[in-house]
Design a protein around this ligand. Structure first.
Ligand SMILES: Cc1cc2nc3c(=O)[nH]c(=O)nc-3n(C[C@H](O)[C@H](O)[C@H](O)COP(=O)(O)OP(=O)(O)OC[C@H]3O[C@@H](n4cnc5c(N)ncnc54)[C@H](O)[C@@H]3O)c2cc1C
Length: 269
């Protein structure tokens, strides 16, 4: 490590001032990614702005149409929320499968979406559930928020405050986890909104994406055969897929098809 300042934010206004006054100051949430990155000197911020004392960044609100999770809510709280389990169990299940208990008890939804790891689980849920990311400056649809690998639309002094997910009629998430980290080698989230389907894939490319050919096929004919056919007719371009020591591009493409079928067959009602 190297010397840096550590500041606990006491309110949003002073947090914003600090970020605006020092472009090398970064927000600290659970520290699950940021601290190892600093230890490896891949990031060397001048100051860390810890949001953990700000009550407005914590908690879950459920209405008849949306689940809103504030940025500093840890994955374990999402996994254990009875309110989310009642209306959107696919989201509780997704959170329960993130990493291990230590990661789930420290890692936050704000840190996860701001980090935009290509193998993270939440981005698939944000895209499939037509989520909105609310920051201290604006509200952004998930599709405009995630740009590329570790790249989002967030600007220098922008802080994620919450994520709002629309509640679908049915949804399911299936992932094939890396056996060591539990990050998704591939993950598919399917949501159905009154006959319209949204299918989002994570883990296989630089950023999570929607599989629109499959969405259209399911809307026309909501069957696993139609899903399978749409995937055969519109295969993922392996040149665009991640290919690394964990899985080849061809394997990830095949996994995506298997996981999509499993997710469709598991859609909760
Ligand atoms: C061993 C291990 C296994 C994991 N397995 C999985 C997995 O299976 N699935 C999965 O999805 N994830 C996984 N993760 C990621 C983890 O769940 C966290 O979501 C992730 O590390 C970032 O969250 P954090 O709260 O720790 O953020 P931090 O590490 O504190 O911050 C990450 C980045 O986001 C920025 N940031 C944080 N909060 C905000 C905010 N509110 N506004 C703006 N910027 C912000 C920080 O400045 C930093 O750049 C794993 C992590 C580890 C270490």
């Amino acid at each position: 490590m190297y010397p840096f300042k550590y500041v606990r934010a006491t309110d949003l206004v002073s947090a914003e001032e600090l970020l605006a006054g020092d472009e090398e100051c970064v927000v600290l949430a659970g520290g699950m990614t940021l601290l190892p990155t600093m230890k490896q000197r891949l990031a060397q911020p001048s100051s860390l702005l810890d949001l953990s004392d700000l009550d407005e960044f914590k908690g879950i609100t459920v209405t008849s149409s949306a689940v809103t999770i504030r940025a500093m809510t840890v994955h374990a709280d999402v996994a254990e929320s009875g309110e989310i389990a009642a209306c959107l169990p696919a989201l509780s299940n997704l959170a329960a499968e993130i990493g291990d208990p230590q990661v789930r008890n420290r890692g936050t939804i704000g840190g996860s979406v701001a980090n935009a790891d290509p193998a993270a689980d939440y981005p698939a849920a944000l895209l499939a559930l037509d989520a909105t990311v609310v920051t201290n400056h604006r509200s952004l649809p998930a599709e405009q928020f995630f740009i590329d690998m570790f790249e989002t639309a967030l600007e220098g002094n922008e802080i994620v405050q919450s994520v709002s997910f629309k509640i679908p009629r049915r949804a399911a998430y299936e992932k094939f986890p890396n056996p060591a980290s539990r990050y998704a080698i591939a993950g598919v989230f399917i949501a159905e909104f009154d006959g319209a389907y949204r299918v989002a894939v994570t883990g296989v490319a630089g950023a999570a994406f929607r599989y629109s050919a499959v969405e259209e096929a399911l809307q026309a004919d909501p069957s696993v055969e139609s899903l399978q056919q749409a995937m055969e007719d519109n295969p993922l371009d392996e040149d665009e897929l991640n290919d690394d020591i964990h899985a080849s591009a061809a394997y990830r493409a095949d996994l995506t098809s298997v996981l999509a079928q499993r997710a469709f067959l598991r859609l909760d009602s």
